[in-house]
Design a protein around this ligand. Structure first.
Ligand code: ADP
Length: 509
């Protein structure tokens, strides 16, 4: 394997390019018209244009990507996450084209492709799943009968689900028919498949997932857990490793369960088994993600294992040299920095990034796909960057993350930075007293807080502007005008802004 095409964009494309470079592999980027000048295109050794901005016309055009791969002569395709990464047909098409697929076999993607198939497989291998069904529901009557059996509340879930779509909590029989219908409709729209099944709704669990690596020689290892309970609308926002709720014994039991599921699916490469961890430490397998995850860096930070390099090494046929006995060292936290206005219902924000100050110093990692001058559009995911820190323990990691967020400045779009600062200051978060409903419960107090830093900044800018106006009105030119008897015209507002911007090193837009 000498040359790899990365069928993705943004931070994960850059992440793979970096791994390629460290392994001495050449990298090929692909891009849409919106990304022609994006960092991943500049950093790769070569780049191929796919098409217009919408992903349906660019990053989702598998046949175009394979044609490009053959044209430029790559040996392998790395799909990143999202886009085509979990499409069985694409993994198969890459293989059929005689190329190496940097991911699990198409058959393993298929085995884990539907939630019900994954549940069935887990049950067959003695891995606990949330009580519920494994067959799609026929109608509301059947759904009510099943819910009666497990007890309300229950959760309706799309078999083909992902990203929290096609899920409905049902708290009483009377709400079943309408919820089932809307879950089925949403599932049909999102996945082209309206199969919906039912699970017991677990109250206040944590989302804890296990990273596995499996090589092509029969070795499959667990690299420990990630805690991903800080979620909004079933979307992860902050992740950490290890989990405050997992001790060595539980880690071992969950790791063993994850490896059992992965082996049952004939898994190879990097994958993640997601579990719900109830307050009584009972865990339930949810599903397996057959790709590299957004939050993989926290595992890398506490294990010292480069997961993306290992994806490439496994695909090239290497053997894993380690076993599941790896214990996490220290603590890592990741904040997803998105272009969303947390104080305004996380409304997506667009614009051009002007000034960008990237945090640095000990234990800080910045994985991003944007730079100063990048345009943030609505075409793609709002995640601008992942800010990741490592420290010897959780308390130090939280204060390090707070310090790093404090250093971060992104000008030109609204971001989730303030929100993350408030979470780091939250006493429940600091105590690790989080579950998957925690953020929704706490959100108002977190984003509604008076955002003191923003107010201080606004006041500082106003003060600087007033001082600047004052200074300009006393400048020699103004003084000269006064001496010749002409009225000392107030300087145009623009110039004060311009000078202030220049003084602060801000780019003018
Ligand atoms: P998706 O693939 O759409 O992300 P998941 O099955 O991974 O769906 O579930 C997404 C999130 O929904 C989980 O992280 C968890 O927060 C919540 N969830 C899923 N199943 C249950 C359940 N049975 N009880 C309570 N919460 C659940």
């Amino acid at each position: 394997m000498k040359k790899v095409l990365i069928a993705n964009r943004g931070e994960i494309a850059l992440r793979v390019i970096r791994a390629c470079r460290e392994l001495g592999l050449r990298s090929v980027a692909v891009y849409s018209d919106a990304d022609a000048r994006a960092p991943h295109v500049r950093e790769a050794d070569e780049a191929v244009r796919l098409g217009p901005a919408p992903s349906s016309e660019s990053y989702l055009r598998g046949e175009l990507i394979i044609a490009a791969a053959k044209r430029v002569g790559v040996d392998a395709i790395h799909p990143g996450y999202g886009f085509l990464s979990e499409r069985e047909w694409f993994a198969r098409a890459v293989r059929d084209a005689g190329l190496i697929w940097v991911g699990p076999p198409a058959e393993a993607i298929a085995a884990m492709g539907s939630k019900t198939a994954a549940r069935t497989l887990a049950i067959a291998h003695d891995v606990p799943v949330v009580p519920g069904t494994t067959e799609p529901l026929r109608d509301a009557k059947e759904a009510q009968a099943v819910a009666q059996q497990f007890g309300y509340p229950v959760l309706l879930k799309a078999s083909a689900g992902g990203g929290g779509k096609g899920m409905r909590v049902v708290r009483e029989p009377a709400a079943m028919a309408a919820s089932l219908e809307s879950a089925q409709r949403e599932a049909m729209n999102a996945f082209g498949d309206d199969a919906v099944y039912v699970e017991k709704y677990i109250d206040g669990p944590r989302h804890v997932e296990i990273q596995v690596l499996a090589d092509g020689h029969g070795r499959c290892v667990s690299l420990g857990e990630r805690e991903c309970s800080v979620q909004r609308r079933h979307q992860k926002m902050i992740e950490e490793a290890p989990s405050p709720a997992v001790n060595a014994d539980l880690r071992k039991r969950m790791g063993t369960a994850a490896v059992r599921v992965a082996k049952a699916a004939g898994y190879q490469n990097a994958g993640t088994c997601e579990f719900l961890l109830a307050s009584d430490s009972q865990f339930y397998f949810l599903e397996m993600n057959t790709r590299i995850q957004v939050e993989h860096p926290v595992t890398e930070m506490v294990t010292g294992i480069d997961l993306v390099q290992w994806q490439l090494r496994i695909a090239a046929g290497e053997r894993l040299p380690f076993t599941s006995s790896i214990e996490p060292r220290g603590w890592a936290i990741e904040c997803r920095i998105t272009s969303e206005d947390a104080s305004n219902h996380f409304l997506p924000s667009t614009g051009r990034i002007g000034y960008l100050r990237i945090p640095g110093g000990p234990g800080v990692r910045w994985d991003s796909g944007v730079g100063a001058g990048s345009d943030v559009t609505l075409y793609y995911d709002p995640m601008l960057a992942k800010l990741v820190v490592w420290a010897p323990n959780r308390a130090d990691a939280i204060s390090r993350m707070h310090r790093a967020l404090d250093e971060l400045t992104i000008d030109g779009v609204e971001t989730s930075r303030e929100f993350h600062l408030r979470v780091m200051e939250d006493d429940e978060f600091q105590r690790g007293a989080i579950d998957i409903q925690w953020l929704e419960r706490r959100l108002d107090s977190l984003v509604g807080a008076s955002a003191p830093r923003a107010q201080i900044e606004a006041a500082a800018i106003t003060a600087a502007l007033l001082a600047e106006r004052d200074r300009l009105s006393r400048s020699p030119r103004a003084a000269g005008a006064a001496a010749t008897g002409a009225a000392a015209a107030p300087p145009p507002a623009q110039s004060a802004w311009a000078q202030l911007a220049r003084a602060q090193g801000l780019r003018q837009t």
